[in-house]
Design a protein around this ligand. Structure first.
Ligand code: ZN
Length: 242
């Protein structure tokens, strides 16, 4: 359930209690989502590197832990001591299991330019933690905001057809786009992120020269993300089992 200004009831009361516990809100939890609660949500979102829109969607609920339904996920630690949760066994590199996750495993996060990006919940949580640490290291918004995440096999079919036309052959297209059924994006654990210029093969070389790419190269694996050498904007969540 998404909570925003104007919402009321027990879910709002739980949210307010959590915000009070975390020090973002003072007073009592009255169950009415007014301007003071909205400001507290924005403060919390800013502190966690989330888009500070004052709306409590799945991503903010996950970061709050326990304010939504289901078990509270491990929260990113400000020191960067985040421990990613393995999905594949043994993991520890690029995605090999390209099957689509259950709907219950998917969340929607706020992406670049206000777009909604769907991701596996563990990838979303790890990308949020990665972003918090990157911001602390001076990698400013909107860098690293997700551009695209989960893609269905049907969506990949049209992406693939456009690429074959653009690059002239299936062989040439394969360098930039995976054939339908074979994209790591089907898993919901691949993130294409904003690196300061559009996602375009012509920008790949220049993006590899940026501070944000160097930061990712040095730090992404701590959050369970691994690179694809041809696409500096593309990172895959597949932490090793421990
Ligand atoms: Zn990608």
């Amino acid at each position: 359930m998404t909570l925003r200004r104007g919402s009321s009831g027990s879910a709002v009361r739980d949210l307010q209690s959590r915000l009070i516990d975390l020090g973002h809100l003072s007073g009592t939890a009255d169950g009415v989502f007014g301007p003071k609660t909205e400001r507290a949500v924005k403060d919390f979102q800013s502190a966690r590197g989330l888009t500070a829109d004052g709306v409590v969607g799945p991503m903010t609920q996950a970061a709050l832990g326990g304010a939504g339904s289901g078990p509270a996920p491990p929260r990113p630690h400000p020191s960067g001591a985040f421990v990613p949760t393995a999905v594949e066994n043994p993991g520890g590199g690029r995605i090999t299991d390209k099957s689509e996750p259950a709907t219950s495993e998917m969340v929607t996060v706020a992406g670049h330019g206000g777009r909604d990006v769907r991701l596996h919940r563990l990838a979303a949580e790890a990308w949020a933690a990665l972003t918090v640490t990157a911001r602390a290291d001076g990698i400013a918004e909107p860098l690293l905001q997700p551009m695209s995440g989960y893609r269905s096999v049907a969506e990949q079919q049209s992406t693939w057809q456009r690429a074959v036309e653009r690059y002239g052959s299936e062989q040439a297209a394969r360098r930039w786009v995976a054939p339908p059924g074979n994209s790591p994006h089907h898993s919901g654990r691949a993130v294409d992120c904003w690196m300061g210029s559009s996602i375009n093969s012509a920008n790949a070389d220049s993006q590899r020269g940026t501070a944000v790419w160097r930061w990712l190269d040095a730090n992404a694996s701590r959050f369970g993300f691994y690179p694809y050498s041809a696409e500096p904007w593309h990172w895959e969540y597949n932490p090793p089992t421990r």
